[in-house]
Design a protein around this ligand. Structure first.
Ligand code: DAH
Length: 343
């Protein structure tokens, strides 16, 4: 019995002091293995008289259990020690960056465009993207059934027509914002930039059903084409770079008279004409002097006031700025992070 006691104590001490997994494994074999110490004691058991057998047997069992538990405990403490050793930590190492999102390229473009116009006193406004026919067309000098409307391949909302305002549409352009803003302010001076979603029934590599426009409107006394030109040149130099400027080319819109297409000089030849641009100019978008009928529609006297307006695509303008040649415009709205992360 005494021998067994001593063995138990010594064995437990050795286990607690074990320095490595290997050392612990050796001890385990030595004490608990088939030919180990515990089994040797077990063999002795048979030679004992019955009454001692019982006590000895109990102690032997306790010893075995105590050793097993001690070994298991030691094992897990050695494992965690090893882990902390391996995981030593260089605090000067740069941290791992958590994945970080960024604003969509078109959101970035919209913010930049707003800032440019806000610097020269334009107020950023937003108006409904679901609109009445009257605001989208009729007030803009395009009466019902006018063939000019065909250019705006309009989505109609399947709802009851309003007696006064007509059918409900998804805004096919931001020009309806001109009317809303003139109604809001009632009288000039007006200087707004309306940036909003537009929808048209066009879906191919150069069109997305949903896109954005930014619409400028200035109405005041004595507003002339020179103000329009000054504003588009200012925008061109701010958005595209100091050497960029615009030119006006005659065009036709029902809501402006005269109407223009605004072109911007080619970034490579600055307007002289080169292999990539041929003419020296790229088309930006439409503009013109607000038609008297448009002013009349919102009770502004065209004899007293005049104005200019322009409406350009955000996507188109932004792609021109970055000189991005995207073979399918729909990629912009594809939610493909490999593309979006680059902006
Ligand atoms: N609303 C026109 C379009 O969607 C663009 C436009 C042209 C807007 C001339 C204007 C303008 O304000 O004066 O094609």
């Amino acid at each position: 019995m005494e021998e067994l006691h001593n063995f138990k104590n010594e064995a437990l001490a050795l286990i607690t002091e074990a320095k490595s997994k290997q050392e612990l494994e050796d001890l385990k074999v030595k004490f608990l293995g088939r030919k180990g110490e515990v089994n040797k004691f077990l063999q002795n058991l048979t030679q004992l008289p019955p009454e001692e057998k019982k006590r000895f047997g109990q102690l032997l069992n306790q010893t075995k259990q105590a050793l097993e538990q001690a070994i298991a405990r030691k094992e897990s403490s050695l494992v965690s020690q090893q882990e902390t050793k391996l995981d030593w930590f260089d605090i000067t190492r740069p941290g791992k960056k958590p994945p970080q999102g960024n604003l969509h390229l078109i959101t970035q473009a919209i913010e930049e465009i707003s800032t440019i116009f806000e610097k020269i006193g334009f107020i950023r406004v937003r108006y409904p993207e679901v609109e009445w026919d009257w605001y989208a067309f009729e007030s803009l000098n395009m009466p019902k059934d006018h063939p000019a409307r065909d250019e705006w391949e309009t989505f109609f909302v399947d709802t009851q027509e309003n007696k006064k305002w007509g059918k409900m549409v998804l805004t096919p352009h931001t020009s309806s914002g001109q009317i809303r803003e003139m109604q809001r302010l009632k009288k000039p001076p007006i200087r707004m930039v309306n940036i909003a979603k537009c929808h048209r029934r066009q879906h191919d590599v150069t069109h997305t059903v949903m896109f954005h426009q930014f619409e400028g409107l200035v109405v005041d006394k004595n507003i002339s084409i020179a103000h329009l030109k000054g504003t588009t040149d200012y925008f061109a130099s701010q958005f595209y770079g100091p050497q960029r400027k615009t030119r006006l080319r005659p065009f036709n819109f029902k809501f402006t008279e005269p109407s223009f297409e605004i072109d911007i000089n080619c970034p490579l030849c600055l307007g002289k004409g080169c292999r990539t641009c041929k003419s020296g100019w790229h088309e930006l978008g439409g503009a013109g002097m607000v038609h008297p009928n448009v002013l009349k529609a919102v009770n502004i006297d065209p004899e007293k006031y005049s104005g200019f307006a322009f409406g350009w695509g955000v996507e188109r303008s932004y792609l021109m700025k970055e000189d991005l040649k995207i073979d399918d415009l729909r990629t912009i709205y594809s939610n493909d992070l490999r593309f979006l992360k680059q902006f």
